[in-house]
Design a protein around this ligand. Sequence first.
Ligand SMILES: Cc1cc2nc3c(=O)[nH]c(=O)nc-3n(C[C@H](O)[C@H](O)[C@H](O)COP(=O)(O)O)c2cc1C
Length: 426
Amino acid sequence: MIPSSRNRQLHLSAFLAPYGHHVAAWRHPDVDLAQSLFAAYRHQAQVAERACLDAIFFADNVALSGTPTLEPLTLLSALAAATTHLGLVGTVTTTYNEPYHVARKVASLDAISNGRAGWNLVTSDNAAEAGNFGRTQHVPHAERYARAREFHDVVDGLWGTIAQDAYVADKAGGVLFDPAAIRPLDHHGAHFDVAGPLNVRPSPQGRPVVVQAGSSDAGRALAAATADVVFTAQPTLASAVAFYRDMQARREREGRGPLRIMPGIYAVVGSSEAEAQDKYAQLQDLIDPKAGLALLGRMIGNFDLSGYPLDGPLPELPLTNDGQRSRQQLLTSIAQGEDLTLRQLMQRVAGGRGHFTVIGTGAQVADQIQTWFEAGACDGFNLMAPVLPGGLEDFAHHVVPELQRRGLFRTAYTGTTLRGHLGLTE
Ligand SMILES: Cc1cc2nc3c(=O)[nH]c(=O)nc-3n(C[C@H](O)[C@H](O)[C@H](O)COP(=O)(O)O)c2cc1C
């Protein structure tokens, strides 16, 4: 079911990171390493809001992964005070958390931001997290997803335990909350027993937006049943259209309204194509092979590749149980399909990590975005800027105005909640 593009508008989020998405971003001359992370993120959030983006998004691992960063919900609560309309999506794992805590924290961010919160539900793709929670082994893939499904249902159930109209605030009558509008959850399942109710009131958007980013069969099934938005890594138009059709078909079978599907886009924007190509090459030249190989090892399923010859082929690797199954399959098929050496695959992953990569002027990038959008490959994109804030500013200054000129993207916010920005009705 390809959505007609008549009056359809794009949804855009900015996937923020300490210095940028390229593995060598921190070495870029424009990156100010002396600035505090919070000051850097506040500036990035304000650039995103001025460009009328739907949301900003922070990934997370409950273990050191690359460079130190900040816990997303804590960070987003502070950024809520520095923005007014921008959606605020943070990652929280279901593998090393308890549902009541997560329901409460995300609902609190939603209340603090007046209905702009989103939860990127992940099952933890970094095996190192296990050691921080008393485990020697990471939880296996299938078990992670089974727990995630029940975890989601408990969180969603808790979000519904206090009705929108529970807050009576009747001083004369002596009724602050209508007890009839607050109910227990009484959940008893394979992984959790949770009494409820939650102790945080619902925000104007009712429920925070749920995002999912799994693409394996288990990941797709969970997303179709639980998510409002799906992030995904799709390198080509054909793979993106196939993923889109499969996900919306699964969604229909769940009897729920359409998902918003937003693949990642690694966009290198210049005022000329040559300038954009130079920007791309400049970052590639800064790659430290050791860091590049470590990133590739993480993305391809948490394997240590340091012992293999860089100019040899990608070694045979077992199906990952610890990490990202779909990403392992994607990167393996790229390497085998194009006969890449380990070094070449490492260089390919260093920036876009297997996501759709576009290098060009504002108009050229807008062309590609429009092509994917009108071909039914997506409802929008999750922007991965190579370097921050520069790559986000380039996108905001050169690509967004072009999309607005073509009537493909909003020129001003019409709503105040994230659900409103995304046009989600259920
Ligand atoms: C845009 C995007 C962001 C993601 N962010 C995180 C994250 O912050 N933490 C995490 O553990 N996994 C993250 N993932 C990984 C997914 O949650 C999931 O593990 C991965 O896509 C593989 O899923 P699969 O095993 O179902 O194929 C992200 C994936 C994508 C595409």
